[in-house]
Each structure stands twice: as C-alpha cells, then as structure tokens.
Design a protein around this ligand. Structure first.
Ligand SMILES: Nc1ncnc2c1ncn2[C@@H]1O[C@H](COP(=O)(O)OP(=O)(O)O)[C@@H](O)[C@H]1O
Ligand SMILES: [Mg+2]
Length: 255
C-alpha cells in the first residue's frame, strides 16, 4: 500500500430524503475510501442506498453531513460551476441505460465529454480503447444501429476517453444479456489491470461483483461489510445473510 490519496472517498456522510413522516435516511455515517487502480463493487438489497452513495460520491447529489473527495479535492460545498468542471475532467460514468446521444455517431459520443471539457480527446488513446472494445467497425454508426452490448461498449469507451480519476458505473450490465454483460465486465477488469483505471460499480449480480477486487456491502444506508477478492459464491452467501437481517427487521417493525 502506498500513502497516495484514494481516488474517491466519503467521510461521515449522511443523506436524508424528505422530512417528517416521509423522511428516509438513505446514508448513515458512511466512511469509505476507494483506492486508485482498484475495481470495487457496491452491493446491497434494493433500497439500501447504493445509487445514493454513488450519486453523492460523483457530485451528482449533495450530502447532508460529511465530506466527499475526488482525488485530493474536497467536492462538498463546491459551487455548481466548479463541480461541473471537476465532473467533466475527473469522473467517467457508465449507466444501466447507456445514455448515448441518439443523433451522434459512436465516435462522436465517445469524444463528446472531452470536447465539452474543452480539451481534445487523445486520438491514439481513443483508438486503443475502441480497438480493445472491438468497436472499430461501428464507430460511424448511430446508437439505434447498435446492439445493447455495443452501445454499452461505446459508453465504456466514452467513460475512459478522458482518463478520469474514477469511473462510476451504476448497474452497467443490468440491461444486457449474459454474453454482452461478460464482455463489458471483462473490459472493466482489463481497464483496471492494463490501463490503471479506478472503477466503482454498483451491481445486483454476484457474478458481476466477482470481477471486482473488493465488494462493499450496504444495508439500510450503512456499510455492513467489506470483502477483498470476492467470489460469486462468497458474495451470494453474504447477500443472503443481509437479506435475512432486513426481512427479520421489517417483520418485527410490522408486528
Ligand atoms: N430522490 C429521492 N427522494 C426520496 N427518497 C429517495 C430518493 N432517492 C432515493 N430515495 C430513497 O432512499 C433509499 C435508498 O435509495 P437508493 O440509493 O436508490 O437505493 P439502491 O440504489 O440501493 O436501490 C430508498 O429508501 C429510496 O426510496
Ligand atoms: Mg439503485
């Protein structure tokens, strides 16, 4: 372990939605660091706060208490304009629904974030990524002319094109068949091992989590476990345990 700062971190983070009767505490005192050049999966039952944590880490949502940092920069309390700039330069996103712009070609979608950030995408780098993703023949197609798997590979290339400090992926294989999902996961793994990318991925799928170096488990807004070198079986086991705990609590609350 080096003393280098983590790629992203949350310190004493709380997030509450709504107020009064409708209040939901989505994150309770979250402390977590995501190390550079690591692939971390975030898992937990539905409603446990996975997306909220990711949105807070990525500066897409504000925290109610605590602080979030990207690299050495504390983003909590930043002005919108400054935060938008930091997101463009330092963060890559991969969404379940791909979120490509329909009027642009694959190539244009990939280089758009760099263009918006006012820098030019490094041509050689983009070529290397698109080749690795087997997109060479598809670069001049529009999203509607691509399969789901191809669209998500374009989204992966787009996320990597600016060489971000960290990539956040929310259920990136959630809309893909097993084969396309596997291709995406293999690429994410490869981008960590070969390109030194840092990735934080929310997933429901123990098989997807097994591609990661580490799994952080959330339940009810709390980090309840942290597993290194996960296997699908170990993750399934742990998830079953947390789901039983949540079910037992819900039953006792209903009683
Ligand atoms: N915008 C919002 N307004 C009110 N409640 C929300 C909002 N977003 C999420 N929540 C609530 O916060 C909790 C955590 O949600 P979320 O982070 O989406 O969980 P997950 O991604 O693990 O399924 C849930 O109880 C959810 O209903
Ligand atoms: Mg979610």
């Amino acid at each position: 372990m080096t003393s280098a700062s983590p790629a992203a971190s949350a310190s004493d983070v709380w997030k509450v939605y709504g107020n009064g009767e409708a209040q939901v505490v989505a994150l309770r005192d979250i402390n977590v660091q995501f190390h550079k050049e690591q692939f971390t999966a975030i898992m937990g039952p539905s409603g446990s706060g996975k997306s909220t944590l990711m949105h807070c880490l990525a500066g897409l949502d504000t925290t109610d208490r605590g602080a979030v940092s990207i690299g050495e920069t504390v983003i909590t309390g930043m002005k919108d304009k400054q935060l938008t700039k930091l997101r463009r330069e330092k963060i890559g996103f991969i969404f379940q629904q791909f979120n490509l712009l329909p009027t642009l070609t694959a190539q244009e979608n990939i280089t758009l974030p760099a263009a918006i950030a006012g820098t030019k995408a490094d041509d050689e780098w983009v070529k290397q990524i698109t080749k690795t993703l087997d997109l060479d023949e598809r670069l001049h197609h529009k999203p509607t002319e691509l399969s789901g798997g191809q669209q998500q590979r374009v989204a992966c290339a787009r996320a990597l094109a600016t060489r971000p400090e960290v990539i956040f992926a929310d259920e990136p294989t959630g809309n893909l068949d097993t084969r396309s999902g596997t291709e995406v996961l293999r690429f994410l793994r490869q981008s960590v091992d070969q390109f030194g990318q840092t990735i934080v991925m929310v997933t429901h799928d123990p098989g997807a989590a097994a591609y990661a170096d580490r799994v952080v488990f959330l339940a009810d807004g709390l980090i309840v476990d942290d597993m290194a070198d996960p296997t699908a079986d170990a993750v399934i086991d742990r998830m079953r345990h947390f789901e039983e705990l949540v079910a037992a609590r819900t039953e006792s609350e209903a009683a």
